[in-house]
Design a protein around this ligand. Structure first.
Ligand code: UDP
Length: 369
C-alpha cells in the first residue's frame, strides 16, 4: 500500500472525532483532526468569559447509565454534582420539569401520586389513542391534555418548526414522567458538569493528537483525503454525497449571549419558555452549571431557526420522510470503504453526548477486531 502521512483524517473535532482520535493515537495510529470552526470540541466547546464557562452552542449536561462511559469521561475531568432541574414558564406561571409531582401540584393542586394519577389517567382515557403515531399522539396518550397543552405543544412546535402531529413520537419519550417529587431531568445514575468546562475533556482526548482548526474539508477535499488511508467523517452525510438524493432536514439554532452586571439573573441554569409568544425556547444562565459565585452573570437565549446550507445543523429531524432519505445515504455510505461515518450529523441521529462516546468507542473496537 502507498505510504501516506496519516492513518486517519478525522473530519470534525466534536466528541465522536475526538474519542476516535484519542483511541487510535493510543494504538500508535497517526491521526490528523480537522475542524472548520476556529476551535476544537464541536458543540461542547465552552468559552470562558468573566470566569464563567459559557456553553457556546447550548446547554450540555453530561448524563449516563453506563459505568464504562462514566469512567471513560472521568479520566479527563472531575465532574461536579450538578443535577439538571429546568423550569418551564407557561402563561405566566413557572412549572418544574420533568413532569413530576411538583408539576402536578402546580397544575392541579394534587398532593398525592394517587390524586395526580387519577387526573392523568382520566385525560388519557378521554383521549383514547392506543398506538400513538406521532409526537402529539404520544404526548396526549402519555400525560394527557393539560400537560400537553401547558408544557409541550408550543415549546415543541417552536423548537422543531413543525406541527407536533408531523414529528416522530420518540422525541417526547426522552422526558421522564414520575410520581415522586423529583425534579431531576434525567433518569440516569451518573450526571454532572466537568469542572473547568467541557474543553478540559476535549483537551485530554486530543492531547498528543495533531489538529488543525479553520480547515473546511469541502474546501480542499481531494488534497485532504489524499493525506490519509482512511477518513472519519462526522459532518452532514448528505453534504458528503453532494446532496445527490436531495437534502435532509435539520434544525438550526441561534444563540444570543448577554452579560448582566448582577449576581443572579434567573436563579436556575435552565428556564424553558413554552409559549409561542417568545421566539426563544430557553434561557441558560451558565454560572449555575458550576455553582458560580461571580458578581456578574452571562445568559444565553436559544432561538430555534430554519436550517439552510449557510447555517449550522444542530438537530436531525427524524420524521419518516427524512428517515427514508437517510436510508439512501446510508446505502451510499456502505459502498465507500475508506470512510467511516459517525456522530449526530453523519448518522443522522438525535444522539446525546454519552451515546456519541459509546458509538465512537464501539466503532474503534469494530475496526480493531
Ligand atoms: N419538550 C417539551 N417541553 C419542554 C422541554 C422539552 O415539550 O419544556 C419536548 C420538546 O419536543 C423537545 C423534546 O421534549 O424537543 C426533547 O427535549 P430535550 O430537553 O431532551 O431536548 P434538547 O435539550 O436536546 O433540545
Amino acid at each position: 500500500m502507498e505510504e501516506k502521512k496519516y492513518d486517519y483524517l478525522i473530519v470534525g473535532a466534536g466528541l465522536f472525532g475526538s474519542v476516535f482520535a484519542h483511541e487510535m493515537t493510543k494504538r500508535n495510529k497517526r491521526c490528523l483532526v480537522i475542524d472548520k470552526r476556529d476551535h476544537l470540541g464541536g458543540n461542547v466547546y465552552c468559552e470562558n468569559k468573566e470566569g464563567i464557562n459559557i456553553h457556546k452552542y447550548g446547554a450540555h449536561i453530561f448524563h449516563t447509565n453506563d459505568k464504562k462511559i462514566w469512567d471513560y469521561v472521568n479520566q479527563f475531568a472531575t465532574f461536579n454534582n450538578y443535577i439538571n432541574s429546568p423550569l418551564s414558564l407557561s402563561k405566566g406561571k413557572l412549572y418544574n420539569l420533568p413532569f413530576n409531582m411538583n408539576t402536578f401540584y402546580q397544575l392541579w393542586g394534587t398532593k398525592t401520586p394517587g390524586e395526580a394519577k387519577k387526573i392523568i389517567d382520566k385525560q388519557i382515557l378521554e383521549y383514547g389513542v392506543k398506538s400513538p403515531k406521532n409526537l402529539e399522539e404520544q404526548a396526549l396518550s402519555l400525560v394527557g391534555k393539560d400537560i400537553y397543552e401547558t408544557l409541550i405543544k408550543e415549546y415543541t412546535e417552536k423548537q422543531w418548526g413543525k406541527k407536533a402531529k408531523d414529528l416522530p413520537a420518540f422525541i417526547i419519550k426522552r422526558l421522564p414522567v414520575r410520581f415522586t417529587y423529583n425534579n431531576n431531568y434525567f433518569n440516569d445514575i451518573y450526571q454532572g458538569i466537568p469542572v473547568g468546562g467541557y474543553n478540559t475533556i476535549i483537551e485530554g482526548l486530543l492531547n498528543g493528537v495533531e489538529t488543525k482548526t479553520g480547515v473546511d474539508f469541502f474546501g480542499d477535499r481531494e488534497q485532504l483525503e489524499s493525506l490519509a488511508h482512511k477518513v472519519v467523517y462526522t459532518g452532514k452525510i448528505d453534504e458528503f454525497f453532494d446532496y445527490q438524493h436531495g437534502q435532509l432536514e435539520y434544525r438550526s439554532l441561534r444563540f444570543e449571549h448577554e452579560l448582566h452586571k448582577i449576581e443572579n439573573y434567573q436563579g436556575n441554569a435552565v428556564v424553558n419558555y413554552n409559549d409561542k409568544e417568545y421566539d426563544f425556547t430557553r434561557i441558560i444562565e451558565h454560572k449555575h452549571f458550576e455553582f458560580g459565585k461571580q458578581d456578574q452573570t452571562i445568559i444565553t437565549r436559544e432561538y430555534p431557526e430554519a436550517w439552510d446550507r449557510s447555517k449550522e445543523a444542530y438537530y436531525p429531524i427524524n420524521n419518516e420522510i427524512n428517515q427514508e432519505l437517510f436510508k439512501k445515504y446510508k446505502q451510499e455510505s456502505l459502498r465507500v470503504d475508506n470512510v467511516i461515518f459517525g456522530g449526530r450529523l453523519a448518522e443522522y441521529r438525535y444522539y446525546d453526548m454519552h451515546q456519541i462516546i459509546a458509538s465512537s468507542l464501539t466503532k474503534v473496537e469494530e475496526i480493531l477486531k
